[in-house]
Design a protein around this ligand. Structure first.
Ligand SMILES: *[C@@H]1O[C@H](CO)[C@@H](O)[C@H](O)[C@H]1NC(C)=O
Ligand SMILES: *[C@@H]1O[C@H](CO)[C@@H](O)[C@H](O)[C@H]1NC(C)=O
Ligand SMILES: *[C@@H]1O[C@H](CO)[C@@H](O)[C@H](O)[C@H]1NC(C)=O
Ligand SMILES: *[C@@H]1O[C@H](CO)[C@@H](O)[C@H](O)[C@H]1NC(C)=O
Ligand SMILES: *[C@@H]1O[C@H](CO)[C@@H](O)[C@H](O)[C@H]1NC(C)=O
Ligand SMILES: *[C@@H]1O[C@H](CO)[C@@H](O)[C@H](O)[C@H]1NC(C)=O
Length: 332
């Protein structure tokens, strides 16, 4: 459960991470001034387009030049493990996982600025995920959720507690710290220089959370499925197409559909099959390129396999999938 992102790090991403962390003192690019990042003065440039490819030719605070393939990711979990502490799941809604900046070629790096490391359980524990990477020290301070009150963002904190719920066994605030430090530090537009000479401590943290929330709120996975008659059920099973169809229609491009649980051919139902896909639906990843800084919230939906990657790790056999109902008492 410690690894919240079940994707292997490619060798290329690992190399990129090792190169960048050597220079990552504050932000992703050395020597960026904290002046003159008024993004409304420039026409928004689409990330991953040719116009966004050279960070020295654009304002990296106004154009996403580092992680231009943006993934709004959602979880379907059936319990939290901390129900007794009030950490519960929202009724009729998927929850936020994160808003990730992948490289335009689909690989990615992580923990790009260790001066903003607020993850108490770094995963992986080095920037590359290998022993020769830079160690990511565990954060021992108060959880990142506490950064929001001094910024007057208790409404955001409340919404996050309801909708940005950690996977079983994690506390929400620890999970948000993980998402921020592992992923948000790898956007050029959330670098602190972008916030000017009167930058307030943690301002970009709140800005990132607001941005992730804004993307999530436009992706009503539960309702898109429900409108097609696909509701969680512990009595029946589903096919991949039950999810791909309505979500592609709702989003406007093909999302990635993620599963966990046992592989189909290790289950009784799939005995003897060659389908080794996983059987419990638990994640959707929606892919975008973004116009201007991601904070503008203007994404262009793109297919999840735009870089050639696969569209699912789920079993493809008809009727192989579970979309489980939440545990009684885990959902309010
Ligand atoms: C993907 O893009 C990143 C950033 O530009 C680069 O460092 C990496 O080498 C690329 N990976 C591949 C497989 O091309
Ligand atoms: C900021 O913009 C002003 C007005 O264009 C210009 O005079 C100044 O040199 C710029 N400063 C930096 C650090 O870019
Ligand atoms: C990372 O985790 C591995 C496996 O648990 C451990 O062997 C290694 O010492 C850790 N590295 C750091 C830098 O904490
Ligand atoms: C499941 O399918 C995979 C891929 O076809 C195969 O390699 C594996 O041996 C199968 N496992 C079982 C338990 O049948
Ligand atoms: C993405 O997947 C679709 C459907 O499987 C396929 O038709 C398309 O060629 C794929 N695109 C890429 C870039 O691999
Ligand atoms: C449905 O099944 C899942 C997976 O076994 C379980 O976690 C959940 O509690 C069940 N929900 C209900 C309402 O029985």
């Amino acid at each position: 459960m410690a690894n919240t992102r079940c994707r292997r790090i490619t060798a290329a991403a690992a190399l990129a991470a090792s190169l960048f962390t050597q220079t990552a003192v504050a932000g992703l690019y050395p020597g960026v001034s904290n002046l003159n990042h008024t993004c409304s003065l420039v026409d928004p440039i689409l990330s991953c387009s040719s116009g966004a490819s050279d960070p020295s030719a654009v304002d990296t605070c106004c154009t996403e030049t580092f992680g231009g393939l943006v993934l709004a990711t959602q979880f379907w979990n059936t319990y939290t493990g901390f129900e007794s502490e009030g950490q519960v799941l929202p009724k009729n809604a998927w929850t936020v996982h994160g808003l990730w900046p992948d490289f335009c070629n689909g690989s990615y790096t992580q923990y790009c600025d260790l001066t903003r490391q607020y993850d108490p359980l770094p995963s992986p524990n080095t920037t590359t995920g290998t022993p020769d990477g830079t160690p990511v020290p565990a954060w021992r301070g108060p959880d990142i959720g506490t950064f929001l009150a001094p910024l007057g963002k208790l409404d955001l904190l409340a919404w996050m507690n309801a909708h940005w719920v950690a996977q079983p066994g994690w506390r929400n605030g620890d999970f948000w710290g993980h998402e921020f430090s592992k992923h948000a530090t790898c956007y050029s537009t959330f670098d602190v220089e972008c916030y000017g000479p009167q930058y307030r401590e943690h301002e970009e943290v709140a800005d990132f959370f607001e941005t992730a929330v804004a993307f999530h709120r436009r992706l009503p996975t539960w309702a898109w499925l429900e409108a097609s008659g696909v509701r969680p059920s512990n009595a029946s099973t589903f096919s991949l197409a039950d999810f791909t169809g309505p979500l592609t229609q709702g989003f406007g491009a093909v999302p990635y559909i993620g599963c966990a649980g046992p592989k189909y051919n290790t289950t009784d139902a799939g005995k003897g099959s060659s389908d080794a896909g996983y059987t419990v639906i638990n994640e959707i990843w929606y892919y975008y390129h973004v116009y201007g800084r991601v904070q503008r919230q203007q994404g262009l939906a793109v297919d999840a396999n735009i870089t050639g990657g696969r569209l699912t790790n789920c079993a493809q056999t008809p009727g192989a999938l579970h979309y489980y109902e939440r545990t009684t008492g885990s959902e309010v």
